[in-house]
Design a protein. Structure first.
Length: 469
């Protein structure tokens, strides 16, 4: 029997290890100042919005835009959320929905854009309702009728510089006194690091220790939420050969299965710092072996290690300084495999983390981070990892997901023999087996409460499963 897991995520055989998810914050663009609502709905058969500047010290990921106070007098209309770069008037994000006849409506449109700290944007809505059928309640910031700009909305994230409008679906360039009742769901683009040698006392080894093997630590996610990493960094590496391979490895401690793996090549050097991009979700309460494998001709690798107090006795466990990971024990093994031999030395490993994808119907990553542009994709490697049962197809669970959908096909593009299954847990045993000379390919995504993306293929294009309605 042959099976193959086509991994749903950003690239095949990689997972995304992410920081505990920071929840979206609602930013009301009419808050933070005094003013009045217009007594009657104003014409809204155009583009209306505001110019904003990002005050926050970190970039902001916009997940959705909401417009309140919308009136549609025709049978239906089109409502479009638009975000433009103020400096060059370019459209950076757009999303549309259909609206129907109604009064004082509230409409939310999912949209994904990263607003850079210090930059300015025109955040707006376009309404098309037969040329005359759209109107809306507006906010007139004090002093009334004069345009009370600028002001800072109540979360302190954005400065509202001016209201703008234009008659078409285009960059709004005409100054206006009225602010549409717009709010944004935003998530700070926070990247953090977890130094696995921090949070305790100890000493670095005086000389480099042999590192022609797999070395790492066993950790438990103790911070209360899922954790994530977009890369792993190894410091203090010495390579005496012309070149070497350095591999970042994350294993599930309970099953010894490989959760994430990525390699890079390095050349000869002393006290090197090597960062290897990879991604995987570490589930709250679970334990993992975070490690590096070095192959340098069998003898050419070594590294400065950390010896936690009490020295030479293995000062475990301890919690690293961010309080999210408990370091239980150092481990090693002579090959590129699960490190099972207890050791007293901790390699100088740092995890670089960002927000994990959660099942909320929104994109939880920011521009430049793995998974940006995808909604509710599973972060991680899916595959057959259970050493006791090679028929078990499993994947990292997603926070908030209640059920999952598995796609199976006879071709990697899922155009032949496509079938789908539903599963309440993060594992699945297929009752069918491929016949001789056949291979089964699998994909997985969350199904409820929010259907997620199937991820992307290795070329970066989002996957489609043709047999899913």
């Amino acid at each position: 029997m042959r099976r193959s897991a086509a991994v749903c995520g950003f690239t095949i055989v990689l997972v995304s290890l992410l920081a505990a998810p920071s929840r979206a914050v609602t930013v009301d663009l009419t808050s933070g100042t005094t003013g009045t609502l217009s007594g009657v709905p104003q014409s809204f058969n155009e583009t209306r919005g505001v110019d904003v500047t990002v005050l926050a010290g970190v970039n902001q990921n916009v997940q959705s835009m909401t417009l309140k106070g919308l009136y549609i007098s025709t049978a239906s209309g089109a409502l479009g959320a638009r975000i433009y770069n103020s400096g060059n008037a370019s459209l950076i994000a757009t999303a549309n929905t259909t609206v129907f006849s109604g009064s004082n409506q509230t409409v939310t449109i999912p949209i994904s854009a990263t607003l850079a700290s210090g930059a300015s944007y025109r955040v707006s809505f376009f309404v098309s309702a037969g040329g005359f059928g759209g109107s809306g309640i507006m906010f007139d910031p004090n002093p009334p009728s004069l345009g009370g700009f600028p002001y800072t909305e109540s979360t302190g994230t954005l400065t509202i510089n001016q209201a703008y409008s234009t008659s078409s679906d285009a960059f709004p360039a005409n100054a206006n006194i009225f602010v549409p009742l717009i709010s944004l769901a935003v998530q700070p683009c926070i990247s953090t690091t977890a130094d696995l040698t921090s949070g305790t006392t100890g000493n670095l080894t005086a000389v480099a220790q042999s590192f022609n093997e797999t070395r790492g630590v066993d950790v438990t996610v103790s911070g209360g939420g899922d954790e994530g990493v977009q890369s792993m960094t190894l410091k203090g590496l010495y390579i005496s050969t012309a070149s070497a391979l350095v591999g970042a490895r994350i294993y599930n401690s309970g099953t010894s299965s490989l959760v994430a793996s990525a390699d890079t090549a390095v050349t000869t050097g002393s006290n090197l710092t090597v960062t290897v991009p990879l991604s995987a979700t570490l589930t709250a309460g679970a334990s993992y072996r975070l490690s590096f494998f070095v192959s340098a001709g069998g003898f050419g690798g070594s590294g400065i290690m950390f010896d936690p107090n009490p020295p030479s006795l293995g000062g475990f466990p301890y919690t690293e300084s961010t309080g999210t990971l408990t370091i239980n024990q150092a481990y090693s093994t002579s090959s590129d495999a699960f490190p099972a031999n207890a050791n007293i030395f901790v390699p100088q490993i740092t995890l670089n983390r960002f927000s994990a994808e959660i099942n909320d119907g929104l994109d939880n990553q920011c521009a430049g981070q793995p998974g940006y542009g995808l909604v509710d994709e599973i972060s991680g490697v899916a595959g057959f990892f259970d050493p006791a049962n090679s028929d078990v197809f499993s994947w990292p669970p997603q926070s908030g997901a209640l059920t999952y959908q598995i796609g199976r096909a006879l071709a990697p593009n899922f155009t032949a023999g496509c079938a789908v299954f539903s599963q309440p847990s993060n594992s699945f045993v297929d009752a069918n087996v491929p016949s001789a000379q056949q291979v089964y390919y699998y994909l997985v995504r969350p199904l409820t409460p929010f259907p997620g993306s199937w991820g992307t293929a290795s070329n970066g294009i989002e996957r489609i499963v043709p047999c899913v309605p």
